[in-house]
Design a protein around this ligand. Sequence first.
Ligand code: HEM
Length: 540
Amino acid sequence: MMTILSNSKLLWGLWQVVTYCSSRTTLPLMLTVCVAYLVMRLMNSVREYRKLPPGPWGLPVVGYLPFVGVRHETFLELARSYGALFSTRLGNQLTVVLSDYKIIREAFRREEFTGRPSTPLMHTLDGLGIINSEGRLWKNQRRFLHEKLREFGMTYMGNGKKIMEGRIKTEIDEFMANIFLADGAPIDANPLLALGVSNVICGITMSLRFSTGDVRFERLNHLIEEGMRLFGEIHYGEYVPLYNYLPGKAQVQEKVAKNREEMFSFYQTLINEHRSTLDIENARDLIDVYLIEIEKAKIEGRDRELFEGRDHELQLKQILGDLFSAGMETIKSSLLWMIVFMLRNPDVKRRVQEEIDNVVGRERLPTIEDMPSLPYTETTILETLRMSSIVPLATAHSPTKDVNLNGYRIPAGSQVVPLINCVHMDPKLWHEPKTFNPSRFIDENGKIRRPEFFMPFGVGRRMCLGDILARMEMFMFFASMMHQFDLQMDDGDALPSLEGTVGATIAPHPFQVKFIPRSRPAPAVVCPPDHTHLRHVGAR
Ligand code: HEM
């Protein structure tokens, strides 16, 4: 019905144009309008015949692509018109958008929805790694990584938690020491957070720790940022492959491939270093774990089956790349949003500081053990994740075979995306969703409650693999920052906007903030950080 209505509106609009045109152009224009209308009706009949979810078709070849601005915002508008399950064609990709949390949960718990769409970028990545792999390779790698990352401390249980806490604390000490150097002057916290957060994930995966001003770190970041920009330039080619043949696009693709090669050669150097000092009984990090697995498979004569017969080192390099990209930008952007929300909500900021002061005192920094006793601090983090929805469309899924969802047919190979920002801002689910209110996550007994429609890490079988690390890291950085500093804007500066910059995540626009030391800095902060368990690589 919606589709017919919007088609009629379109027809009426076009008719208005026709009537304003001169008599010489009226006939061809009328013909064009009629043909366009018939094509749309035909497409709708095809859609009904194929039992696809409703939605706008757009134009031949490019589909709805030319009308898509910021993807998650356009999808939000379309969801208002077409409902919680709609479909549209973006170039050659049928895209199905889910914005009802029950439908999202129902779909993503099913095995058939664990595929990834086949696009030119996916072909470049060749189905390797964890984020873009599918089938048995993905399943085995997910199980393997889950188990191994727990051993390296991605767990709330036992000794692992202590190991991870130690790693994060090392980075917090350095972060704090650098902030104290600014002496309350306004600074951009982005590069300091990027360094700390990168060091945590690089420590786990490669025993690598960058120092401030490290040229290798700057180069890696440059490659990632440039990769994002270049990908934006050829983004249309993901949907309309012919686009990649336009002048200049081949050079962009070459540059993307060259940057990837440079990153891979960086990882290769580290892998070679690790191999030359490998102790099969004592894995230092994830590279060692993979090298040991490869060695074991050779000894047991199953190396041809390992990683489904894919190149072993290529798979390892893609894993390192996946974990770095998934584990860095997400946590950094979330921490930046926490700063933004504290600047915009001074009452919440004061309440967080009071809670930390009451529970932790002024003599030491907060630890993971304090987490259960700091519910308001934790729910402030949850509320930030809800309102910022930094990964609003998660990562596209693709059914591995035709499936039925809510009475509609979702064809194999289509792109299926959850509209997380829509769920997180739905007034039917959240009271006054635009108000920043951490207390909404606290129940009448003072306990934290995470409703099933809160899904910043996605849901189902492909849900985020690093949520435990993310929660620990965000808690420790945020709680320590609030314990040690008062966050303030410089006089006359406007508050940072809630509009984000859309890239790999939705990050706040760049802003400067003053970190004013609170009454009594804890002594640990001014001590030189303990890095003895990590190797320094590339320090100037
Ligand atoms: C605030 C921090 C983070 C947020 C909000 C976040 C969110 C997400 C989301 C929405 C997905 C997609 C789920 C889907 O495909 O349906 C995802 C996937 C993933 N995340 Fe995270 N993430 C965060 C931190 C991390 C960290 C620290 C790591 C690294 C250890 C990580 C590793 C991954 C991986 C490997 C996947 C792909 C899983 C798969 O395809 O099976 N994430 N994350």
